[in-house]
Design a protein around this ligand. Structure first.
Ligand SMILES: C[S@@+](CC[C@H](N)C(=O)[O-])C[C@H]1O[C@@H](n2cnc3c(N)ncnc32)[C@H](O)[C@@H]1O
Length: 349
């Protein structure tokens, strides 16, 4: 299925799922924007399968994998747009196209990824950037955002948030934008089981980004506020220079499946050491999500782990699974992303 690019970047901390992967493991993950699949390569797994119903997410990830394989660190991230949009992309990319399949090149050109940042290319990123570029400045001055980006401690972040950010206008704009336009920034399937007050929930959740995580380490929030990551500050695993060679070496071994993970699991006898479901159980009915969890259980190797995220809808594994409480708590407390309401690390009971 082709649905357009929904995500240019994965918004779940890639290091959390990667922490569940050991050398020689066989890994299965929802593909999304590919960052999590790519990050697991730093652990030298024997196999990584990335599954997605949306063919555009698969092509986007193949594009990132191509960049890792064929470009040096600097050009790879120039192409992906990690450290900001690069000028003259079309010109400097042209000589590299000879190492790319015609099919992938034509997908890149038809989606204008030869002209714009890949990380910014999804509907979700476009929507977040719109808020940060055009609406946030109506409530919070650029000088304040600059001060926040340069805050040296959580106390300073709290001071700036309480006195210069969380004003009436900010709350009003937040409510208007996240209440109505949340539905534009995400695929409608992701919200079909949602009944909650989206704006109210996200207003509380985003406080985690303003107040709980040091802005120096919060590459997700810096990316929302500035549209880029900074090479001299904390980066996700896939963007760290020290991981470049291991990802480059294995990027060509990533296996892609353009199908529902349910269909994939129903039709394979393969089993896995680690499975990442992202939050796809949320778009399912309780019965369908239980069917998916059962398929994961029967395809996990002994001592294997399942990672599940929930954003707005409660769809967790229950019977036949046990929650790894200490790892779940540790992951939750160390997470950088602020958009989710729950994550759980599970093992078969
Ligand atoms: C559920 S979304 C969430 C993405 C997440 N917020 C992130 O940060 O990457 C992840 C991806 O799951 C895909 N997807 C949804 N349902 C699926 C299914 N049943 N099987 C495989 N992929 C699925 C979507 O196409 C999308 O690319």
């Amino acid at each position: 299925m082709k649905s357009g690019i929904l995500y240019g970047m994965c918004w779940e901390d890639p290091d959390l799922f990667t922490a569940l992967v050991k050398p020689n493991d066989e890994v299965l993950t929802v593909c999304s924007a590919g960052d999590i699949a790519m990050s697991t390569l730093t652990k030298n797994p024997s196999r990584v399968v990335a599954v997605d119903t949306n063919s555009d997410q698969i092509e986007l990830t193949k594009t990132k994998a191509w960049a890792f394989q064929h470009l040096n660190y600097h050009d790879c991230h120039r192409f992906i747009g990690t450290f900001g949009p690069s000028p003259n992309r079309v010109t400097w990319l042209e000589p590299h196209y000879s190492s790319m399949s015609l099919e992938l090149k034509s997908w890149i050109v038809s989606n204008h990824l030869d002209q714009k940042s890949i990380l910014q290319s999804g509907r979700f990123e476009t929507y977040l950037r719109f808020f940060a570029r055009f609406l946030l400045p109506l409530a919070v001055s650029k000088k304040t955002i600059h001060s926040f980006l340069n805050a040296q401690s959580l106390e300073e972040q709290l001071e700036i948030y309480n006195h210069r950010i969380d004003n009436m206008r900010y709350r009003f704009l937040f409510r208007q934008f996240f209440g109505r336009l949340q539905r534009i920034g995400r695929h409608p399937d992701l919200l079909k089981h949602v009944k909650a007050d989206l704006a109210g929930v996200f207003y509380q959740r985003i406080k985690h980004a303003w107040l709980d995580v040091s802005i120096e380490n919060n590459y997700f929030f810096r990316f929302i506020l500035t549209g880029l990551m900074q090479q001299n500050l904390t980066l996700p695993l896939w963007a760290q220079i020290g991981n470049f060679e291991s990802i480059k070496k294995s990027a060509g071994t990533l296996e892609f499946v353009n199908n529902s993970i349910v269909d994939f699991l129903e039709n394979t006898k393969d089993s896995f050491d680690a499975i990442n479901l992202s939050n796809i159980s949320e778009v399912m009915t309780v019965e369908d999500s239980n069917r998916l969890f059962e398929l994961c259980r029967t395809h996990l190797k002994p001592n294997g782990h399942l990672l599940v995220w929930n954003n707005m809808v409660d769809r967790k594994p229950n019977k036949n699974w046990k929650l790894d409480e200490s790892r779940t708590l540790q992951f939750w407390e160390n997470r950088t992303g602020s958009l989710y309401g729950f994550l759980g690390v599970y093992q078969p009971a």
